[in-house]
Design a protein around this ligand. Structure first.
Ligand SMILES: C[S@@+](CC[C@H](N)C(=O)[O-])C[C@H]1O[C@@H](n2cnc3c(N)ncnc32)[C@H](O)[C@@H]1O
Length: 294
């Protein structure tokens, strides 16, 4: 299946009239087509892309101590390749692209949870991905702003409240995966999941201190910051600026140490850009040491 691009008339209007106008005002006007609209169409190139993605994902699943999905990684990647052009959410910014969606799909197929907490829904692309990977799972979707939904899952439970206040009494935490893509401090999410007995976590937008300037809505302290700073006592805070705004992450933030002590294993997936050519993804798998909390 080939995904369709922008309407030809709109595209001509954009190129000839609107783009030059926006350019003069200092803005870029680009069509809101998802990156997967562009794809190789010759068999050897499709094969190279799929093989490279499979090799990368196999390494990541092993490093994260996740089992291969039933049917294997190759089957999951090929299925995703067929599915993604039909995604009901078409976004270019603000949510996952091809690589992020592929990583989430494969990780969810590998984890096979009975329930999924999704914090940070936006238009609903990742809800749709989770549903494709886990057709029978109960999905709890949390986002304070659900006004932009383009995909509403008929069997998911939606809430504008923070996930940490949700009633999870009908969920088995041992069979639950929490996926955080919500711009909230990742160290805080680790501790909330620990307190609720949920050990399997996936984080989008995990960024190290020297890369976080590239993200809008940074969720610091991030998992990468926990990994690099939790057991050290550097006095130098992490500082960065974005759109003229200054940000600081204290090196001695107690959240860093407490969250670090709860993490048994973490693995940032490769960004897949080298394998597929699409925009880099930032998925990190975290497994908690619950210390008898369940
Ligand atoms: C990057 S978007 C999510 C993108 C989506 N997962 C995807 O890839 O298509 C981040 C979302 O987090 C939401 N958000 C902000 N604060 C939140 C909170 N406390 N809990 C859950 N979601 C939150 C925002 O409203 C926004 O929709």
């Amino acid at each position: 299946m080939i995904a369709s691009g922008p309407h030809p008339l709109m595209e001509r209007l954009r190129r000839r009239v609107l783009s030059p106008l926006f350019d003069r005002l200092g803005y870029d006007l680009v069509p809101a087509v998802p990156d997967w609209t562009h794809r190789p169409t010759s068999a050897p190139e499709i094969e190279s892309l799929i093989a490279a993605a499979c090799a990368s994902l196999m390494r990541d699943l092993a490093a994260a101590a996740l089992p291969p999905p039933p049917g294997g990684v190759r089957d999951a990647v090929e299925t995703f390749w067929e599915l993604i052009p039909g995604a009901p959410v078409r976004q270019r910014r603000g949510g996952s692209g091809f690589n992020g969606a592929l990583q989430l799909y494969v990780a969810m197929r590998a984890l096979r949870p009975r329930s999924v907490i999704e914090s940070g829904v936006f238009r609903g692309l990742t809800t749709w991905i989770i549903r494709q990977a886990c057709p029978d799972a109960l999905i709890l979707c949390h986002d304070p702003d659900l006004s932009g939904l383009r995909y509403r899952d008929a069997r998911a439970r939606y809430s504008r409240d923070d996930w940490s206040t949700a009633d999870l009494s009908d969920l088995d935490p041992a069979e639950t995966v929490a996926f955080f893509d919500d711009h909230v401090a990742q160290a805080r999410r680790v501790l909330e999941a620990r307190d609720r007995g949920i050990a399997r976590l996936l984080f989008d937008d995990d960024a190290a201190g020297h890369r976080i300037h590239a993200h809008g809505g940074p969720a610091h302290p991030t998992i990468a910051m926990i990994a690099s700073r939790a057991d050290r006592s550097e006095a130098e805070p992490i500082r960065w600026s974005r759109n003229g705004r200054l940000f600081t992450q204290a090196a001695n933030d107690p959240l860093l140490r407490e969250a670090g002590a709860s993490i048994a294993r973490l693995h940032p997936f490769d960004d897949l850009h080298g394998a597929t050519g699409y925009s880099p993804a930032r998925l990190t798998s975290v497994t908690l040491d619950l210390g008898g909390r369940r």
